[in-house]
Ligand binder design. Structure first.
Ligand code: HEM
Ligand code: CA
Length: 183
């Protein structure tokens, strides 16, 4: 936690809480994906999978809800295996783990990952038989890469940094609304 009272992981997901009531519904996740420029197909699929996978984890002791709400207060309970370890178990940011991504895997350029280096990182992060974690981590990183790779196909360190606290999403939304209005 920090001055805003939210953990870094809570900030990552708060962008998708479009009406700021602390609960994310599938429609809000869909709208958030659309706002940063994702297509209808990806936005629909991602929203469906994220809510089916995370809703109940964030509602301990409650009966499952068919509306698939995600409660931001409990978002740390949805942390999975086979991740980078940049989020600690409280949803805080572990700077040394963030630096490790690049010190271990960024070989061609010190401050960026190629597509192959990203794949190597995902393989290295895999915990045995943690199939759900593998899928979750691969989806998170693939969407980030597809959305944010530069012209040379590199995923820059500053972009990766800004995904963790969700400030990336705010920036993408601003950029996307500009290009929309110019058309
Ligand atoms: C375009 C949208 C999104 C992108 C690109 C994205 C990307 C990422 C990335 C790269 C990580 C870090 C994984 C790691 O450190 O190995 C992450 C973690 C996480 N994301 Fe997202 N995310 C997005 C949307 C969402 C949404 C909508 C939710 C839930 C409402 C969510 C929940 C989480 C959670 C709970 C984690 C922690 C998982 C862990 O580290 O074990 N994300 N995300
Ligand atoms: Ca909401």
């Amino acid at each position: 936690q920090n001055s805003s009272g939210l953990s870094v992981l809570q900030k990552h997901v708060s962008f998708f809480d479009r009406n700021h009531d602390g609960i994310i519904y599938p429609k809000e996740t869909f709208e958030g994906f659309r706002a940063i420029g994702c297509g209808v197909a990806l936005s629909t699929t991602a929203s469906a999978f994220i809510h089916a996978g995370l809703s109940q984890k964030t509602r301990p002791g409650k009966a499952p809800s068919p509306l698939l709400p995600i409660e931001i207060v409990n978002i740390k309970l949805s942390i999975h295996g086979s991740d980078s370890g940049v989020y600690d178990s409280e949803g805080g940011f572990v700077a040394s783990k963030f630096e490790e991504i690049f010190s271990k895997h960024a070989k061609q350029h010190p401050n960026a990952l190629t597509s192959d280096e990203l794949k190597e990182m995902l393989t290295a992060n895999r915990e045995p038989k943690d199939f759900k974690g593998w899928l979750a981590a691969e989806s998170e990183w693939k969407i980030l890469y597809d959305l944010c790779k530069d012209k040379e196909g590199l995923l820059q360190k500053d972009i990766v940094y800004s995904v963790y606290d969700g400030s990336l999403f705010e920036r993408l939304e601003k950029e996307h609304s500009k290009t929309k209005n110019n058309k």
